[in-house]
Design a protein around this ligand. Structure first.
Ligand SMILES: Cc1cc2nc3c(=O)[nH]c(=O)nc-3n(C[C@H](O)[C@H](O)[C@H](O)COP(=O)(O)O)c2cc1C
Ligand SMILES: [Mn+2]
Length: 469
């Protein structure tokens, strides 16, 4: 059964042992981010902050920051997560998106009267990292509409909170929202926006599916991934559809031609992004559930929600691409959570195949480093991967670099206007011949496996203990 809303997902997190509830009061200015960072760096659970200082509602953090939690979000077993993601994001028959009446929409249970509208009562002023240029609303599903086609887009863009019910609105010019905003700017018109905070986590995963065309609907994608229709409702003051079961809705306009200083902001490479002149969003209307829960994501060094969602979409997308473009004998793909590296395990069927894998992965704008290993190496086992690089890679022959690629992401290592270099490491054995590997034969290991129960029985352990070992 698909999740109806964020609270149902939180209940699932709790029953799966994936939730830490913190009842003590915590400070949004430094403590929420620090706690989220600590728990993430220990690969810990999602966190429900029940008492954020001076804020009336609970705040959920780190909701999909591991592949296991992404699997919970998609309601599949972790072992089949990547395959399920490939299948569901490429499925063509997606369930409907029924539009429900306004009074049936839980997200509109409470409308905040205009004269009482204030960020203070609605948004916890969380500063993720000490060098950030202030508090941000950073995990809202942001709806916009292409003024030429009328088609709606959904993505996540950070919003720097300011006085006067205004926020910064930074979106990369290569994102759909960036392209759409450019169209409004050219028309000299404000851009209508609806920000939906807290919903079925599948909507968040769908918002990050890469490679979609401008105009392709992330909402439809989400319905497909969820395998069930979900309800939408018309926003009150802007011409956009929003998930009926989200926790908070903010409606407003990005002001044509206006620019203000935005940033700095701790970005996913683990460095602060620069201050820039960015567009300004004016919030004019807000509604909420009767008992809403806010949603926050820590951003900085991996792992975070951003890295886990990138890891999932990367592994799925790259596995699919390599199996179709290069070879069906690509065994598996691992994306470490830095967002720019991919390790591919391949059963080579001709000598140069690893190079073809490298070039295929270089065509992705996000990938900088490609490591190819043989199919006897689990790409997730970075110790074995580095063993393969040490023993199977002859650098002058097997390492290739190339400069001058357009790339995405705010890594400080890039130079010029988003230009970066790429590296490929072929750590596969040459097919022309290599010494035999040192290890027991598979026959020997199979026999050991057959005896495993006997070898590890309590009696055998006692005998071992008796020998003083
Ligand atoms: C937590 C989080 C914050 C993000 N913040 C931004 C942002 O501020 N600006 C941006 O351009 N992309 C941001 N992204 C990435 C976009 O949401 C992502 O590229 C999305 O697919 C863009 O969708 P679109 O191409 O339909 O606009 C963020 C992603 C996550 C997970
Ligand atoms: Mn889009």
């Amino acid at each position: 059964m698909a999740y109806t809303d964020l609270r149902q997902y939180v209940a699932k997190l709790a029953s799966a042992g994936e939730l830490l509830e913190i009842d003590a009061e915590v400070d949004p200015e430094w403590e929420v981010g620090s706690i989220a960072y600590k728990v993430l760096s220990e690969n810990g659970p999602a966190i429900l902050f029940n008492d954020v200082k001076d804020y009336p509602y609970p705040v959920l953090a780190n909701m999909v920051s591991t592949m296991d939690r992404c699997a919970l979000a998609m309601e599949v077993a972790p072992e089949v997560l990547v395959d399920a993601y490939i299948e569901k994001t490429s499925a063509s028959d997606r369930p409907d998106l029924p539009v429900v009446e306004r009074d049936q929409a839980p997200c509109k249970a409470v409308t905040i009267p205009k004269e009482k509208l204030s960020f203070d009562d609605l948004i916890p002023p969380i500063v993720s990292n000490p060098g950030d240029g202030g508090a941000y609303l950073n995990f809202g599903l942001i709806m916009t509409k292409d003024p030429e086609t009328g088609l709606q887009n959904m993505g996540i863009y950070r919003l720097q909170l300011r006085d006067g019910l205004q926020t910064g609105f930074w979106c990369s010019p290569t994102s759909h929202a960036g392209m759409i905003r450019g169209k409004y700017e050219a028309l000299g018109q404000d851009m209508e926006v609806a920000i939906c905070v807290g919903a079925d986590p599948v909507l968040y995963l769908a918002s990050q599916v890469p490679g979609m065309d401008l105009g392709q609907s992330e909402l439809e994608m989400a319905a497909g991934m969820r395998g069930q229709p979900f309800d939408l409702v018309k926003a009150d003051t802007v011409d956009l559809l929003i998930p009926a079961n989200c926790e908070f809705v903010f409606e407003g306009r990005v002001l044509a031609g206006r620019r203000e200083e935005e940033g700095p902001y701790g970005e996913y490479p683990g460095y602060y992004g620069p201050v820039g002149q960015q567009p300004v969003l004016q919030i004019e209307h807000a509604t909420r559930k009767s008992e809403p829960m806010f949603l926050y994501t820590y951003l900085g060094l991996p792992p975070t929600d951003t890295h886990a969602m990138g890891q999932l979409s990367g592994e799925a997308g790259f596995l699919h691409k390599l199996r179709t473009d290069v070879a069906p004998t690509v065994r598996s793909v691992y994306c470490p959570p830095d967002m720019h590296t991919v390790v591919v395990s391949l059963k080579k069927t001709y000598e140069e195949q690893a190079k073809h894998v490298i070039f295929s992965m270089w065509t992705s704008r996000i990938i900088k480093t490609v490591i190819v290993v043989d199919d006897d190496v689990d790409p997730r086992n970075l110790d074995l991967v580095s063993w393969a690089v040490a023993n199977r890679c002859h650098a002058p022959r097997d390492m290739i670099t190339s400069d001058g690629f357009c790339t995405i992401g705010p890594s400080p290592e890039k130079y010029g206007d988003g230009i970066a270099a790429k590296i490929g490491i072929d750590a596969t054995e040459p097919m022309s011949g290599f010494p035999a590997l040192v290890r027991p034969t598979s026959d020997m290991l199979e026999k050991v496996n057959e005896r495993w129960g006997e070898l590890t029985s309590p009696k055998a352990s006692r005998l071992r203990a008796g020998k003083g070992r």
